[in-house]
Design a protein around this ligand. Structure first.
Ligand SMILES: Cc1cc2nc3c(=O)[nH]c(=O)nc-3n(C[C@H](O)[C@H](O)[C@H](O)COP(=O)(O)OP(=O)(O)OC[C@H]3O[C@@H](n4cnc5c(N)ncnc54)[C@H](O)[C@@H]3O)c2cc1C
Length: 424
């Protein structure tokens, strides 16, 4: 090996700058975020949905950032999409959560697992802002253990009949298309995934009230009562449901982790701004050693989180490229792919592992960062009118949803110890 080759091995070629295309995309996102900032604050203080988010982001095609151009999306890769969520996360986790539900655990599930007919039918209206998506897995008796779900389906003629109750469905109060997960009636195992058109299905939808944060995004309870679903709305094969949901959660976790970087960035800029103008005991706060300690911890958390998320995004992109290749080779790939395909299995396990680590670390870090930021602001940080207070309230949810951090912690250990040591 020549000396030069050694210097330019894969690892030493890490490039930390953005591509021109990414810069253009992020400039557009930045523009919309700035336009929405005041309205987002107004809505947060009233606890109401920010109705400008959809039309404003729609203007730049952001309702389908990583979705193929074939379905009206922008066709971006995973890392570029996550960089947009990082920027949106600066405006608050409410706004970012809207995208996580609509795109990461909404459209991306359909794009990866739907057949051509389903994608052509459902995706185009989700990328142009007409239909919004959501993901309904959790139930009152099945949270961190989704295998306990009690929603059932049974086949009757050319339909499936669904009965059961989902809760906490993000975007659920106004989404038109969701995926949901149900167990075959009489079986304790076979969980399947379904696409539900909430406009035509017999469902009861109720908003979840009294949340402590994430106030400009809405969550719903959705009840299926002998709800008739056309047979063609089955996603993947019967029995594939949990695998589909878990693949969606890889993208969901990455979206939460990317958003947490934005939260930390905003906390950093807010604490720097405030600590330089607020004086006590003869000098500005920025000159106090203990305040600097908070600030340095914020910076270290921010920098370390970035690389976990970017690395996970890069591996997730490799999985996406492999899935696209399989789909090109065989249109019916979804019915054949399974854990016996070693390359798929290895890539998916690695994505699962890295996204769990990134989400676990990023969300714990952002809760800590927001907490420190509130401390630096003192009483000013204890009002919802301060950005750091809103980050504090919103970040709290991120250690609970998309896999609680306890379960992720066990999952991370189990990946290394082996499945015999699974503790959850
Ligand atoms: C704001 C918000 C938005 C959400 N959005 C969605 C959505 O869009 N779609 C959706 O389907 N769901 C959504 N959820 C639901 C979310 O995914 C669940 O709340 C989460 O999976 C935890 O389930 P649970 O609340 O029932 O807690 P539980 O499962 O009851 O867990 C309670 C506590 O026990 C801990 N615990 C459980 N098992 C173990 C174990 N084996 N070892 C150690 N600790 C354990 C948990 O980590 C947690 O701390 C949302 C939740 C929130 C708060």
């Amino acid at each position: 090996m020549k000396e030069d080759d050694h210097h330019f091995s894969n690892l030493s070629q890490m490039k930390f700058d953005l591509s021109e295309d990414q810069k253009i995309l992020l400039k557009k996102i930045d523009g919309i975020c700035k336009l929405l900032r005041e309205e987002e604050e107004r809505c947060y203080l009233k606890g109401s949905l920010n109705e400008k988010v959809i039309p404003f982001f729609n203007k730049i095609g952001m309702l389908g950032c990583p979705i193929s151009k074939k379905y009206g999306g922008l066709g971006y890769d995973i890392l570029s999409y996550l960089l947009t969520l990082e920027r949106i996360g600066e405006e608050g986790s409410s706004m970012r959560t809207f995208f996580s539900c609509h795109t990461s655990i909404g459209q991306m599930i359909l794009q990866n697992w739907g057949n051509d007919e389903q994608k052509n039918k459902f995706l185009p209206n989700t990328t142009n802002g007409i239909d919004i998506m959501g993901f309904a897995l959790t139930e009152p008796n099945a949270g961190s253990d989704p295998s306990l779900i009690e929603t059932t389906f049974e086949e009757r003629g050319d339909q499936f009949i669904l009965s059961g109750k989902k809760h906490w469905v993000g975007n659920g109060t106004f989404a038109k298309t969701i995926t949901t997960y149900a167990k075959e009636k009489g079986s304790d195992k076979k969980i399947s995934a379904f696409i539900i058109d909430l406009n035509s299905a017999a469902v009861k939808i109720k908003e979840i009230k009294n949340k402590i944060g994430l106030l400009t995004v809405k969550n719903a309870i959705i009840e299926f009562n002998n709800c008739k679903i056309p047979k063609e709305n089955l996603l993947g094969l019967t029995g594939n449901g949990l695998s589909i949901a878990f693949s969606g959660l890889i993208d969901g976790r990455l979206s939460v982790a990317a958003g947490a970087i934005g939260v930390m960035k905003d906390c950093l800029s807010e604490t720097i701004r405030y600590s330089k103008i607020r004086s006590q005991h003869g000098t500005v706060l920025a000159k106090k050693q203990l305040v600097q300690q908070h600030i340095s911890k914020i910076i270290v958390a921010l920098e370390s989180t970035k690389w976990l998320v970017y690395k996970a995004a890069t591996v997730r992109q490799q999985l996406q490229i492999y899935l696209e290749t399989l789909k090109r080779e065989d249109n019916e790939w979804v019915f054949k792919i399974n854990r016996k395909n070693k390359k798929y299995s290895d890539l998916r396990n690695e994505c699962d592992r890295l996204s769990a680590i990134a989400k676990y670390y990023a969300t714990n870090a952002s809760v800590d960062v927001a907490n420190r930021s509130v401390q630096i602001f003192g009483s000013e940080g204890y009002k919802k009118t301060s950005r750091v207070a809103r980050h504090f309230l919103d970040s709290r949810a991120t250690t609970i949803y998309e896999g609680t951090n306890e379960v992720l912690e066990l999952k991370i250990a189990c990946e290394i110890l082996g499945s015999d040591y699974r503790a959850y």
